[in-house]
Design a protein around this ligand. Sequence first.
Ligand code: ZN
Length: 66
Amino acid sequence: MDSSWRPERTVSCPYCGEPFLLIVDTDCAEADYVEDCPVCCAPIEVAVRWPLGAEEPELALRRGDE
Ligand SMILES: [Zn+2]
């Protein structure tokens, strides 16, 4: 597999609700990081769960202030 490939997902910001394109920024099975919303600039907590053998990662987006 091309290691530079990153899956992209259209997601909705948990703050402003606007859809935007999120590039999954990990090669790991599990990752948690913060991505700023490109629309409202709020810090979104992104949790990636990528089970071994799965073609697509599971994403969960949360507000950091909850
Ligand atoms: Zn937003």
